[in-house]
Design a protein around this ligand. Structure first.
Ligand code: FEO
Length: 404
């Protein structure tokens, strides 16, 4: 049978041999409307080396791409930069097929892979800063623990000036174009930001340290080759600068209002708060969780300075779609936010208190009194909502301008 899959050469000695997942739409809660890629890279050194593998169902696609360059049995080393199953799911069976001389991972990666593939022994640990000779070229490893798993590491190939960055600088974006300069910049920045917000955001303080650590190596970089999305070969400074910006979580004059509604009362309150914020000079993004996916909200929170949340009370609780987004947001640990809570109720009215409690756990500074209303807001209640918007706007603009 003819091989429909080909490797793509990305530098003098390296080929992309990954897989394209056109149909995936969910990555453990993060919606991926544009699919993804699982990138693996083949280094044609004296010791032919494979960097990462692919999700289990895509093993044959990866092997077919490798075969377009070399017989897979010629691969001597496999490096596992990251053991999450979208990169290691096929590792055990690929080891069985290829029978490489050696497989390497970080020390935490070795433990994780043993916990995943209980029969797979003999994976060797490499240390932070260690160099591995491939004969006519070297690989250097750097641990990047918690970006975004304990095992995560990145690998540098000095010969071709490539950094294999595993999930970092990646995006869930299925394309046949393999390089960043073949894709519109706005699409790249949207997808990379969405990926950062939904995956990397909780580890932002570690990202800042890792960026410094890479800079201190003095590595010359021509290419950044992540485990998802396109390979960066043009204007690498831009994506590095964006990572630095996102990781710093400096608040901007932007508020995100997130609410759910039963009979449009909480929705009317959200609208009044939004109008007041906008009139005061704050950019506003308004999301009804009746219609919005949580991933979209997190993308907008990435550079926001205020998070204002609303829910009616249902059965002594917030609405389930608000519980969903608040749980997701809390886990992603957005920082430096101010906020407030609002909502309607019929009799017991716990929702606003519960939302404030969650904001507190998220370390969001409550910057305005909450507003709640029995059943339907009248003009007096909507005035209170407008006041909330004005108060948050004043506090946010003071914070943002004071930080400049
Ligand atoms: Fe792409 Fe953390 O796996």
């Amino acid at each position: 049978m003819s091989n429909i899959f080909s490797a793509i050469k990305i530098s003098d000695h390296v080929y992309w041999v990954g897989a394209i997942d056109w149909t995936i739409r969910d990555f453990h809660g993060y919606t991926t409307p544009h699919g993804s890629t699982y990138n693996a890279y083949l280094i044609m050194a004296d010791k032919i080396t494979l960097i990462d593998t692919v999700k289990a169902p895509f093993k044959d696609e990866m092997l077919a791409r490798i075969k377009s360059v070399v017989d897979p049995s010629q691969i001597k080393y496999i490096i596992s930069n990251h053991s999450e199953m979208d990169h290691s799911g096929s590792l055990a069976s690929v080891i069985d097929i290829i029978k490489p001389e050696k497989v390497f991972a970080s020390s935490a990666g070795v433990r994780t892979l043993q916990n995943m593939f209980h029969d797979q022994q003999g994976i060797l640990p490499v240390a932070d800063g260690e160099t591995l000779s491939l004969g006519n070229m070297d690989l250097t490893f750097m641990e990047t623990r918690m970006i975004h798993w304990p095992d995560s590491m990145i690998t540098y190939l000095a010969k071709d000036e490539i950094l294999f960055s595993q999930d970092a600088f990646g995006m869930h974006f299925a394309t046949l174009e393999r390089f960043n300069d073949e894709i519109p910049q706005a699409a790249l920045e949207y997808e990379a930001a969405t990926y950062y917000a939904n995956i990397v955001l909780p580890y932002s303080p570690i990202v800042l340290k890792a960026l410094d650590k890479v800079k201190a190596t003095g590595w010359s970089l021509k290419i950044i080759a992540p485990d998802h999305g396109p390979v960066w070969r043009k204007d690498l400074g831009r994506i590095i600068e964006l990572y630095s910006k996102w990781a710093s979580q400096k608040p901007e004059a932007k508020a995100v209002i997130v609410y759910a509604t039963m009979w449009h009362s909480t929705e009317k309150m959200a609208g009044a708060i939004a109008e007041a914020l906008a009139r005061a000079g704050v950019k506003v993004k308004l999301f009804s969780m009746n219609e919005t996916h949580r991933s979209e909200v997190v993308y907008e929170v990435l550079n926001a300075g205020a998070l204002i949340v609303g829910s009616p009370t249902l059965n002594n609780n917030i609405l389930p779609q608000m519980a969903d987004v608040m749980t997701y947001l809390k886990g992603l640990k957005p920082a430096n936010l101010i906020g407030a809570a609002f909502g309607s109720y019929g009799w017991s009215g716990e929702s606003v208190r519960d939302l404030e409690e969650i904001l507190g756990k998220m370390k969001v500074e409550i910057a305005a009194p909450s507003v709640s209303v029995k059943h339907v807001p009248d003009n007096a209640v909507l005035d209170k909502c407008r006041e909330m918007g004005e108060t948050i706007a004043a506090a946010l603009l003071k914070k943002v301008n004071g930080a400049q």
